[in-house]
Design a binder for this molecule. Structure first.
Ligand code: ATP
Length: 217
């Protein structure tokens, strides 16, 4: 996180079990679209709303490191992996907001599927106050919230103005025009279980690590 103290700090959380091109490519496109210098990938430890990951924290951390080793856009933050308690995004963002101070623009990157479920996350309203939400397109998840209240929550925060993201500390939601990648970690795990190739779905170094570690068999 060694950017200028006033620049937009963009975080990308997830389980990354394993990290794949559906994570990396849309975020690269988003970074070009809104001029992000860096994106900080933050793997989580015990996600409260999902089943436990198959790979260990250490293995997921190594896979992320391998995936981003030659890409200066990405950085890695392991704070959530180092915790043993559930890592609620709202709590992590509170901590990061303490570190940045109230004025630095802060953003959390999610896919469209996560936007739809966000109102079920712990303190979701607080999340959208603490930072901007930058939403990448994902096939199969049209942006239509499940209630009028949630749709209002979204509509009242939407912006198409990139300057808002760089000038305001948080509070906006930006639907990015990113390319579609029909890839999920679930599909990758299932394909590997059935000994099917995943060569075009994730970086070669990550694939090699999965083979070496005997993961997802
Ligand atoms: P799983 O299949 O295990 O649920 P996943 O592939 O959805 O995993 P996560 O680690 O849960 O990956 O996702 C981290 C973030 O990346 C989430 O915000 C999710 O919406 C986003 N994301 C994952 N895959 C894609 C994709 N193909 N396109 C756009 N966003 C994605």
């Amino acid at each position: 996180m060694n950017d200028a103290p006033s620049s937009l700090l963009a975080l990308f959380g997830g389980t990354f079990d394993p990290i794949h091109y559906g994570h990396l490519k849309p975020v690269e496109a988003l970074a070009r679209q809104i001029a992000l210098r860096h994106v900080v990938i933050m793997p989580n430890n015990v996600p409260p709303h999902r089943p436990q990951p198959q790979a260990s924290s250490e293995q997921r951390k190594i896979m992320v490191s391998l995936a981003i080793a030659r890409n200066p856009l990405f950085q890695l933050d392991c704070r959530e992996l180092q915790r043993t308690s559930p890592s609620f995004t709202a709590d992590t963002l509170e901590e990061i907001r303490q570190e940045t101070g109230p004025r630095r623009p802060l953003a959390f990157i999610i896919g469209q599927d996560s936007l739809l479920t966000l109102p079920r996350w712990h303190r979701y309203q607080r999340i959208s106050e603490l930072c901007h939400l930058l939403v990448c397109r994902r096939p199969g998840y049209p942006v239509k919230m499940d209630s009028a209240a949630h749709q209002h929550w979204l509509d009242s925060r939407l912006t198409r103005n990139i300057a808002d993201l760089h000038q305001q500390p948080g509070g906006k939601i930006f639907l990015a025009d990113t390319p579609l990648f029909d890839i999920s970690a679930t599909t990758i795990r299932k394909r590997l279980e059935q000994a099917q190739s995943c060569a075009d779905l994730l970086p070669p170094a990550v694939m090699q690590y999965i083979i070496d570690q005997g993961l997802y068999r």
